[in-house]
Design a protein around this ligand. Sequence first.
Ligand code: NI
Length: 160
Amino acid sequence: MGIRTIREMGDDILRKHSKPIKEMTPRIRQLIADMFETMYDDNGVGLAAPQVGILKRLFVIDCGDPETLEPRPYVFINPEILETRGEVTDSEGCLSIPGRFAPVPRPEWVKVRALDKDMKEFTLEAEGLLARCICHENDHLDGILYVDKATGPVEYVKEE
Ligand code: NI
Protein backbone atom coordinates (compact mmCIF):
# COMPACT_ATOMS: atom_id res chain seq x y z
CA MET A 1 0.00 0.00 0.00
CA GLY A 2 2.73 2.46 0.94
CA ILE A 3 2.17 5.75 2.68
CA ARG A 4 -1.07 5.86 4.68
CA THR A 5 -3.18 8.82 5.71
CA ILE A 6 -2.42 10.06 9.21
CA ARG A 7 -5.53 10.79 11.24
CA GLU A 8 -5.47 14.16 12.97
CA MET A 9 -6.75 15.31 16.34
CA GLY A 10 -10.53 15.65 16.18
CA ASP A 11 -10.85 12.26 14.48
CA ASP A 12 -12.73 9.97 16.92
CA ILE A 13 -10.54 6.98 16.11
CA LEU A 14 -7.63 8.59 17.98
CA ARG A 15 -9.70 8.42 21.18
CA LYS A 16 -10.53 4.70 21.00
CA HIS A 17 -8.89 1.74 22.70
CA SER A 18 -6.95 -0.60 20.45
CA LYS A 19 -7.18 -4.39 20.54
CA PRO A 20 -4.32 -6.87 20.99
CA ILE A 21 -2.88 -8.62 17.94
CA LYS A 22 -3.34 -12.40 18.17
CA GLU A 23 -1.22 -13.54 15.25
CA MET A 24 1.01 -12.17 12.53
CA THR A 25 -0.68 -12.04 9.15
CA PRO A 26 0.37 -10.69 5.75
CA ARG A 27 -1.94 -7.73 6.37
CA ILE A 28 -0.21 -6.82 9.60
CA ARG A 29 3.21 -7.24 8.00
CA GLN A 30 2.11 -4.81 5.31
CA LEU A 31 0.72 -2.45 7.94
CA ILE A 32 4.08 -2.40 9.78
CA ALA A 33 5.98 -1.69 6.54
CA ASP A 34 3.52 1.08 5.65
CA MET A 35 3.72 2.59 9.13
CA PHE A 36 7.51 2.90 8.87
CA GLU A 37 7.18 4.43 5.41
CA THR A 38 4.52 6.87 6.62
CA MET A 39 6.52 7.83 9.72
CA TYR A 40 9.78 8.43 7.82
CA ASP A 41 7.95 10.37 5.11
CA ASP A 42 6.60 12.76 7.74
CA ASN A 43 9.93 12.99 9.64
CA GLY A 44 8.39 11.39 12.73
CA VAL A 45 10.14 9.28 15.34
CA GLY A 46 7.11 7.17 16.24
CA LEU A 47 3.73 6.15 14.87
CA ALA A 48 0.93 4.09 16.41
CA ALA A 49 -1.56 2.00 14.41
CA PRO A 50 -4.63 4.05 15.45
CA GLN A 51 -2.96 7.06 13.84
CA VAL A 52 -3.44 5.36 10.49
CA GLY A 53 -6.95 4.26 11.42
CA ILE A 54 -6.20 0.72 12.62
CA LEU A 55 -7.27 -0.05 16.19
CA LYS A 56 -4.56 -2.59 16.98
CA ARG A 57 -1.98 -2.57 19.76
CA LEU A 58 1.00 -1.85 17.56
CA PHE A 59 3.46 1.00 17.17
CA VAL A 60 6.75 1.64 15.45
CA ILE A 61 9.58 3.87 16.65
CA ASP A 62 12.85 5.09 15.20
CA CYS A 63 14.58 7.73 17.32
CA GLY A 64 17.93 6.82 15.76
CA ASP A 65 20.94 5.53 17.66
CA PRO A 66 21.85 8.23 20.23
CA GLU A 67 25.56 7.86 19.44
CA THR A 68 25.86 7.01 15.75
CA LEU A 69 22.56 8.67 14.69
CA GLU A 70 22.01 5.65 12.44
CA PRO A 71 18.39 4.47 12.02
CA ARG A 72 17.21 2.17 14.79
CA PRO A 73 13.74 0.87 13.97
CA TYR A 74 11.66 -0.87 16.61
CA VAL A 75 8.31 -2.66 16.31
CA PHE A 76 6.17 -3.02 19.45
CA ILE A 77 3.17 -5.34 19.38
CA ASN A 78 0.89 -5.70 22.45
CA PRO A 79 3.32 -3.62 24.56
CA GLU A 80 3.17 -3.47 28.33
CA ILE A 81 5.07 -0.92 30.37
CA LEU A 82 6.34 -2.93 33.33
CA GLU A 83 8.25 -0.33 35.29
CA THR A 84 9.11 3.36 35.17
CA ARG A 85 11.55 5.60 37.01
CA GLY A 86 11.99 9.32 37.40
CA GLU A 87 10.29 12.12 35.55
CA VAL A 88 11.51 14.59 32.98
CA THR A 89 9.56 17.32 31.20
CA ASP A 90 10.41 18.05 27.59
CA SER A 91 8.79 19.45 24.48
CA GLU A 92 6.70 16.89 22.62
CA GLY A 93 4.89 16.74 19.30
CA CYS A 94 2.73 14.24 17.43
CA LEU A 95 2.15 13.52 13.74
CA SER A 96 -1.60 13.67 14.48
CA ILE A 97 -1.23 17.24 15.81
CA PRO A 98 0.98 18.75 13.12
CA GLY A 99 3.15 21.77 13.80
CA ARG A 100 2.34 21.90 17.50
CA PHE A 101 4.46 21.22 20.55
CA ALA A 102 4.00 21.36 24.31
CA PRO A 103 5.93 20.41 27.44
CA VAL A 104 4.98 16.94 28.72
CA PRO A 105 6.33 15.16 31.80
CA ARG A 106 7.32 11.54 31.15
CA PRO A 107 9.28 8.87 33.02
CA GLU A 108 13.00 9.21 32.39
CA TRP A 109 13.40 5.44 32.31
CA VAL A 110 11.00 2.66 31.29
CA LYS A 111 11.03 -1.10 31.10
CA VAL A 112 8.68 -2.43 28.45
CA ARG A 113 7.72 -5.91 27.27
CA ALA A 114 6.29 -6.45 23.82
CA LEU A 115 6.29 -8.74 20.80
CA ASP A 116 8.47 -7.96 17.81
CA LYS A 117 7.56 -8.25 14.10
CA ASP A 118 7.95 -12.05 14.36
CA MET A 119 5.70 -12.16 17.44
CA LYS A 120 8.73 -12.97 19.61
CA GLU A 121 8.62 -11.50 23.10
CA PHE A 122 11.33 -9.04 24.12
CA THR A 123 11.97 -6.77 27.06
CA LEU A 124 13.61 -3.40 26.58
CA GLU A 125 14.92 -0.85 29.05
CA ALA A 126 14.98 2.64 27.60
CA GLU A 127 15.76 6.17 28.70
CA GLY A 128 15.66 9.66 27.27
CA LEU A 129 13.97 10.20 23.92
CA LEU A 130 13.31 6.48 23.36
CA ALA A 131 11.57 6.20 26.75
CA ARG A 132 9.50 9.29 25.93
CA CYS A 133 8.54 7.87 22.55
CA ILE A 134 7.51 4.52 24.00
CA CYS A 135 5.23 6.24 26.54
CA HIS A 136 3.76 8.59 23.91
CA GLU A 137 3.03 5.80 21.42
CA ASN A 138 1.73 3.47 24.11
CA ASP A 139 -0.75 6.18 25.14
CA HIS A 140 -2.11 6.25 21.57
CA LEU A 141 -3.22 2.62 22.04
CA ASP A 142 -5.53 3.79 24.82
CA GLY A 143 -6.84 6.88 23.07
CA ILE A 144 -4.60 9.30 24.98
CA LEU A 145 -2.90 12.22 23.23
CA TYR A 146 0.06 14.17 24.61
CA VAL A 147 -2.04 17.34 24.89
CA ASP A 148 -4.00 15.53 27.65
CA LYS A 149 -0.80 15.44 29.72
CA ALA A 150 0.84 18.72 28.71
CA THR A 151 1.85 20.96 31.61
CA GLY A 152 2.21 24.10 29.52
CA PRO A 153 0.60 25.80 26.53
CA VAL A 154 0.46 24.02 23.19
CA GLU A 155 2.54 26.22 20.92
CA TYR A 156 2.29 26.44 17.19
CA VAL A 157 5.59 26.19 15.36
CA LYS A 158 5.45 27.17 11.72
CA GLU A 159 6.85 24.49 9.45
CA GLU A 160 9.73 25.60 7.29
NI1 NI B 1 1.62 10.80 18.57
